[in-house]
Design a protein around this ligand. Sequence first.
Ligand SMILES: Nc1ncnc2c1ncn2[C@@H]1O[C@H](COP(=O)(O)OP(=O)(O)OP(=O)(O)O)[C@@H](O)[C@H]1O
Ligand SMILES: [Mg+2]
Length: 351
Amino acid sequence: MTYLTVGNATKQFGVNFKALDGVSVSVDKGEFFTLLGPSGCGKTTLLRAIAGFNDLTSGDIKLGDYDLRKIPPHQRDIGMVFQDYAVFPHLSVFDNVAFGLKPRKVPEAERKARVDEALATVRLSALADRMPSAMSGGQQQRIGIARAMVIKPRLLLMDEPLSNLDAKLRIELREEIRDIQKQIDIAAIYVTHDQEEALAISDRICVMSGGHVEQIGTPQDIYGDPQTRFVANFVGTLNTLKSGADLENLTRNLGLSDVKAETWAVRPERLGLSNPAAREGATIKGTVSKYVYLGREAHLQVSTGIGELVVHIANPGRNAGRAVGEPVSVLITRDALMGFDTNGKRLSTGG
Ligand SMILES: Nc1ncnc2c1ncn2[C@@H]1O[C@H](COP(=O)(O)OP(=O)(O)OP(=O)(O)O)[C@@H](O)[C@H]1O
Ligand SMILES: [Mg+2]
């Protein structure tokens, strides 16, 4: 069921700069929806417009039956978690979480119960009396999450809540955030520029660039079936193939010569080293320019007539090492190749 709808949102700063340029998204009840894109693409601007911290230049924002643009921020019932935790240093954990309830005139007795519940959800019950200065970044961010949740918001907005934490904690806390969101069953919009985080945490991802939406889809759609060159490049790694006679031969061999692509590209894990048993695909001869063994995977770089190809090999085994300069053949299958037109739009290659 569609719950939040943003229609044709535009935000203009100054005379001719649009931070948002016709953005439309809809988020379902209980959905974890992520805005993913490079710095400056408009993620925070969109989130702030939904929260009511700044208004759109044009477009509409509806939450259920409400026209959010007509409702002042403090009446929107939206919880927000920020990158920098935004905890009050002079208040205890309990009072930080209780803070949001005061303007909402929640009776004293209920206030305590609500705060206790929120603290239990983020696993901070034992630290309720602690001051934030004596807590780790991860714990401080849990205060931020509890404070957003305690108001029982209709929508939870999170703007890069994990980017100040170290890598290990980021992974732990992103899983917790996802569990909490599913447990309280609330629509959440999450902002990140970390593609792996987006893949791990989201029901759907909206990839943005330059104030517009590139693609909206499940993590599988976004990674496995990118609709634009931008999305393919931004999410995951990509070999963009060098044009020339070798590339023409390759596309002809794969039966793709009638696809009028401006660019061809392929993901490293969709390439393999050719083995004599391979029945389909085409091979490209080259020489190894780099070999990096990573245990679960090996990353091979091969110089070929269609450019330097990065090839990821799963479970490389002990004896799969390759020497620099060694000749190898890289196997490319038809369905691994992605073609893009001059506007960067993905072309159909007929399955
Ligand atoms: N108040 C403002 N006045 C003028 N330009 C602004 C203002 N706020 C944001 N911008 C510009 O709008 C664009 C989008 O900014 P926004 O903060 O939404 O990006 P973002 O996607 O959140 O980036 P980041 O990942 O760095 O946080 C940027 O080019 C930014 O400089
Ligand atoms: Mg931002």
